[in-house]
Design a protein around this ligand. Structure first.
Ligand SMILES: [Zn+2]
Length: 271
C-alpha cells in the first residue's frame, strides 16, 4: 500500500486534493495513474480529481476541499474501504444492517449522516447530501409505530370490529376531492400521525389503502365481508360461509391488510 508513495501515514491521513494532485504529478501520465487494484486516480479538470474504482468515481476531490462520495450502487465492503481511505480525520463510513453511516467513530452516537450518493464533506467539516441522523432515527421509530398500528388494525378487521365507512369517520380520510384524492392527502399537515398515536382505526383509511393496493379478489372480498358483518351481522349480501360461527379470517388476508396499511402510511409519512 505504501509502495506507490500515496500512503505514508496510515489511513485517514491527509489524502485530500493536494495529496492526490502530487501523486498524479509523480506518475508517467500526469492525468491518470493506477493506485490500487482496479482503482485509479484521475484528473477530471483543473479543480477536480476523482478516485475511480472499476468504472465508478467513488470519491471526487475538489480543490476547494469538498469530498463527494458515490457508490455507483456498489454497496460493497471494497467500495466502503476505498472511500474510507480518502475521508478526512476523524470521519469514517461504518456499515450497520446493510446501511452505511458517516460518523466520527464506531459508535451510534458518533454518526453524523446516513450515506447517500452525493454525500459531501466540506472543507470546514460540515456534511451535506445524506439523510441526517435525527431524521433517520425519527423514521426508524415511525416505521415501527406504523407496523404496530397496522397489525392492530388488521386484528380489528379480522375480529369484525371495523365497520363499513360512514359519516362518523375521520373527515379527512372520508371526504374526497373531485379527482378522488382524500382531503387528508391535500393538506400539508399529515393528520395520519394522530390516528397512529390515538390508535384510531379509521374504516375509510382502510378502504383508501385497499384502493391503492393491488390484491386478489378473494382477499378483497374477505376484507369487505368482515366490514359488512361488523356493520350488520345479518347482512344478506354477505355469503353464508362468512357468517358461520368460528369462521377464521384467513391468515393470508390479515397479512395482506398489514402490508397494504404499512404501504399506505409509509408512502405518506416517510417523506
Ligand atoms: Zn383521517
Amino acid at each position: 500500500m505504501t509502495s506507490n508513495g500515496y500512503f505514508t501515514q496510515g489511513r485517514n491521513a491527509d489524502y485530500g486534493y493536494e495529496c492526490a494532485a502530487e501523486y498524479l504529478l509523480k506518475g508517467r501520465d500526469k492525468t491518470d495513474r493506477p493506485f490500487m487494484n482496479n482503482t485509479r486516480v484521475i484528473r477530471e479538470d483543473e479543480h477536480t480529481i476523482v478516485i475511480r474504482l472499476h468504472t465508478t468515481d467513488i470519491v471526487t476531490l475538489k480543490d476547494n476541499g469538498d469530498i463527494i462520495l458515490d457508490s455507483g450502487g456498489w454497496h460493497t465492503p471494497l467500495t466502503k474501504g476505498r472511500m474510507n481511505m480518502f475521508l478526512p480525520k476523524p470521519y469514517r463510513l461504518v456499515a450497520d444492517k446493510g446501511m452505511w453511516f458517516l460518523g466520527t467513530g464506531w459508535d451510534k452516537e458518533d454518526r453524523k449522516a446516513v450515506f447517500e450518493n452525493g454525500l459531501t464533506i466540506h472543507a470546514d467539516g460540515t456534511v451535506t447530501g445524506g439523510m441526517s441522523i435525527e431524521k433517520f432515527n425519527y423514521q426508524t421509530q415511525l416505521k415501527k409505530d406504523i407496523r404496530k398500528y397496522a397489525k392492530a388494525f388488521a386484528k380489528q378487521v379480522a375480529n369484525q370490529k371495523i365497520p363499513l365507512p360512514d359519516g362518523g369517520d375521520c373527515w379527512l380520510c372520508s371526504m374526497y376531492t373531485q379527482e378522488g384524492e382524500s382531503l387528508g392527502d391535500t393538506t400539508a399537515d399529515n393528520h395520519l400521525l394522530s390516528h397512529i398515536e390515538e390508535k384510531y382505526y379509521v374504516p375509510s383509511l382502510l378502504t383508501n389503502a385497499m384502493k391503492e393496493h393491488a390484491m386478489g379478489i378473494l382477499i378483497h372480498d374477505d376484507i369487505l365481508a368482515m366490514m359488512m358483518l361488523c356493520s350488520n351481522p345479518e347482512d344478506v349480501n354477505v355469503p353464508n360461509h362468512y357468517k358461520e360461527k368460528g369462521m377464521m379470517f384467513k391468515e393470508s388476508t390479515t397479512k395482506e391488510v398489514v402490508k397494504m396499511l404499512v404501504k399506505y402510511l409509509e408512502r405518506r409519512l416517510l417523506v
